[in-house]
Design a protein. Structure first.
Length: 242
């Protein structure tokens, strides 16, 4: 299992601080723990990890990586439980996925795709992940991170679901071979809906596979309805990287 474990474990819904030299609780099926991945240059990224109840080292399991927004940065991993799949798991929902949500510190304003890729390398080395079923999603700043990481290494993902974020239309040709389902509120005053529309148009022009769901009355919070929709997770599972 993972060798460089962060000294905080999430046990029965609470963060339990362990002594400095004590190894954190080993991840167990049906439980959530806090972990750490070394990403080089003396830096590390902390993340919240949940294993499904039927997880086994002998069976490959799909993975969802969830990237949080600006408001969930910090040093308390409880913050990443505010939205998305981690919030649903905390409330008792069971997923057939390993779910991982890394956390940025408050001094960082964008996701570093190289650090995220290093984290994913680490995850693949330590857990029974189905590499053909790795799904990436995020909201707001995490939506931007989803577009950016997806464009950087599209071959690693079976599908992307960026929510109320934006990408680089000039990189649309790098996103033509990964299915994308984007979401945005039409009344979003934080990230203009045009950021998602322009990505859809650019990817379609390049021959890619993308759909965009627009919520006519939603402002910036287009993620609650999106992550509460079971069709999103069925859509993820319908895609497998060849």
């Amino acid at each position: 299992m993972h060798k460089s474990l962060f000294a905080v474990a999430l046990c029965t819904g609470m963060m339990c601080l362990l002594s400095g030299k004590t190894q954190a609780e080993e991840p167990q099926p049906g439980k959530q723990v806090a972990q750490k991945s070394d990403v080089g240059n003396g830096k590390s990224i902390h993340y919240w990890l949940s294993l499904p109840k039927d997880y086994s080292d002998q069976k490959k399991t799909p993975l969802i990586i969830f990237l949080h927004g600006m408001g969930e940065r910090g040093n308390d991993l409880d913050q990443v439980l505010k939205h998305g799949p981690p919030k649903l798991i905390k409330a008792g929902k069971e997923f057939p996925f390993i779910v991982v949500s890394p956390q940025l510190t408050t001094d960082v304003r964008r996701w570093d795709v190289q650090q995220l890729s290093t984290m994913l390398d680490d995850l693949e080395s330590n857990y029974a992940i189905d590499k053909s079923r790795i799904y990436l999603t995020g909201l707001s700043m995490g939506g931007y991170g989803t577009w950016a990481w997806g464009a950087e290494t599209p071959e690693r993902f079976a599908a992307l679901a960026p929510i109320c974020g934006g990408g680089d239309p000039d990189k649309a040709n790098q996103l033509t071979k990964v299915p994308i389902w984007a979401f945005h509120g039409m009344k979003d005053n934080a990230v203009p809906v045009e950021r998602s529309i322009e990505m859809k148009e650019a990817i379609e022009a390049a021959g890619g596979d993308i759909k965009l769901t627009l919520y006519p009355e939603a402002s910036h919070d287009s993620w609650t309805e999106s992550y509460n929709n079971p069709e999103l997770y069925q859509w993820f599972l319908s895609h497998k990287r060849e």
